[in-house]
Design a protein around this ligand. Sequence first.
Ligand code: HEM
Length: 108
Amino acid sequence: MHCQVYDVSSYLDEHPGGDDVLLRATGKDATDEFEDAGHSKSARELMESFCIGELDPTPAIPKLEIVSKKQELEGVSQKVINLGKQYWVIPVAVGLSVVVSFLYLRKK
Ligand code: HEM
């Protein structure tokens, strides 16, 4: 709540609002729920005795994938090989048509 972290585990049985509301707010920002309940000044003072720390406002650092130069080159050469594999049909088709036209012209 309010960028602070509270450990209310020892207060569950004593909380006048019940333990269920506290348990439901565990592990998340309960600022709105806390404010909606209209807590008194003494409740806010009591709350401070349960404060265990501050929430770190810095966003989590995204995980980066480490790719070595060698892996990168291997990826490129694999792509070229795959491309070559796909286009074997063209030279074969050209070769076949040359043979067929040669045979056809020889018959004439
Ligand atoms: C360390 C944290 C908290 C403390 C010390 C605390 C303390 C109290 C106290 C003393 C009361 C009695 C009324 C008053 O004096 O204001 C109360 C009532 C209540 N609290 Fe909390 N509270 C805490 C957190 C929360 C949270 C996180 C929620 C909601 C998720 C919550 C929900 C309520 C509700 C619903 C009531 C009943 C209000 C009513 O009957 O009108 N409290 N609390």
